[in-house]
Write a protein that binds this ligand. Sequence first.
Ligand SMILES: [Ca+2]
Length: 148
Amino acid sequence: MKPESSETTDPGASEIASPGTVHAQTLVGDLGTRIGSPVATYAYISSASNQWSVSCNGGSSRDIAWVWTVPETGSYSFSTGGSNFDTVLQIRHFSSTSSVMGCNDDYGSGLQSKITLSGLVKGVKLLIIIEGYAAEYGNYARLNIVKN
Ligand SMILES: [Ca+2]
């Protein structure tokens, strides 16, 4: 999906300089309150920029992000299973993107990533970031969101 222009400001902003903004190239869509496996896929990571410095092994890789709104209060799991590269997943508060809620590189025995967050409150918007491990980016990213 195309990013909504109202949610992107300065395309040249960096995380350190302006943590409240999201690059147009990075923000690839608003998922609303949808859940699913997958809830979204994205095949143009090779043209993404690097905005976020992910704290759990992502570093300087290209990244993409979706906005997602908690549909009802509860526990949710977010994963990248089905992506065809070594992913790193990070979740932040969309309204305060310097606030990291979770980060994962590898889950289980694979190279994909999974984060479970409990106590998410209905209506809160999250920024779900997928980036590659060690500059990998592959052909497509897949995002799964399930309610627990
Ligand atoms: Ca990984």
